[in-house]
Design a protein around this ligand. Structure first.
Ligand SMILES: Cc1cc2nc3c(=O)[nH]c(=O)nc-3n(C[C@H](O)[C@H](O)[C@H](O)COP(=O)(O)O)c2cc1C
Length: 189
C-alpha cells in the first residue's frame, strides 16, 4: 500500500510532526510505501475559491500524492479546541477526489491530557470528504508529548515512552489491517 501522512503544524520541531515521522518508521517496518507531507516545510497558499492556484508547486505536489494514496493519516496540533489553521487550509484545497472510499487515521498532539476535540472535528471533516474514519485515533497529550520532543534521545529520558510507543504501534497496526481490507475491496471494483 501507499500511505500518505499529512502533518498539520507550522512549527519546526512540532511533536505532531515527529509523531508522524515515528508513524513513517512503523509503517515502513510493515513493508508499505509511506510519504510524509510536512506543511511547515511545504506551506500552501491560502485557499481562495476565486483563484486557480494549480501553479503552486507545493499544492501540485500535495494534489498528486493525495490522489495516489491508498490510505491517509492526518496529524494536527490541538489549537483552541480544534485543528490547526494550516491543516484546515490544506483540507480546503482538497476534495472528495482525494479521500473518497479511503481509510483515514486522525492523530493529534495536545497540551491537555487528550486532544479529543481536534480529533472529533477532524473525523467530521473526513466524513464530509467521504473518507472512511478509522475506529481508533491517536492522541498524545501533556507529558506524553515528551517522547516526541526535539530533545528526546532515548528511553531513559522519559519513563512513559515505551507505553506511548506501544499504543502508537498497536493503533497503526490495526489501521494498516483496515486499510489493506479496504484497498483490496477498492481494487476489486
Ligand atoms: C494557539 C494555540 C492554541 C492551543 N490550544 C490548545 C487547546 O485548546 N487545548 C490543548 O490541550 N492545548 C492547546 N494548545 C497547546 C498545544 O496543543 C500543544 O502545545 C501541542 O503539543 C502543540 O503541538 P505541536 O507540538 O505539534 O506544535 C494550544 C497551543 C497554541 C499555540
Amino acid at each position: 500500500m501507499n500511505i500518505v501522512i499529512l502533518t498539520g503544524s507550522n512549527r519546526k520541531n512540532a511533536t505532531s510532526t515527529r509523531l508522524g515521522e515515528y508513524a513513517v518508521e512503523i509503517i515502513k517496518s510493515h513493508g508499505h510505501q509511506v510519504s510524509l507531507f510536512n506543511l511547515y516545510e511545504k506551506p500552501l497558499p491560502f485557499y481562495s475559491p476565486d483563484e486557480k492556484q494549480g501553479t503552486d508547486e507545493n499544492l501540485a505536489n500535495l494534489n498528486s500524492v493525495m490522489l495516489a494514496a491508498d490510505a491517509i493519516i492526518l496529524s494536527t496540533p490541538e489549537y483552541h479546541g480544534s485543528i490547526s489553521g494550516v491543516l484546515k487550509n490544506a483540507l480546503d484545497h482538497l476534495s472528495q477526489a482525494h479521500f473518497s472510499g479511503k481509510p483515514v487515521l486522525s492523530i493529534s498532539s495536545a497540551g491537555g491530557a487528550v486532544g479529543v476535540s481536534s480529533l472529533t472535528q477532524l473525523q467530521t471533516m473526513v466524513r464530509n470528504l467521504h473518507g472512511i474514519n478509522a475506529p481508533e485515533w491517536i492522541s498524545i497529550g501533556g507529558a506524553q508529548r515528551r517522547r516526541f520532543e526535539a530533545t528526546f534521545d532515548g528511553y531513559e529520558e522519559y519513563e512513559g515512552s515505551q507505553d506511548v510507543e506501544e499504543r502508537v504501534q498497536r493503533v497503526l497496526g490495526s489501521f494498516l489491517n483496515l486499510a489493506q481490507t479496504l484497498t483490496a475491496a477498492r481494487n476489486a471494483l
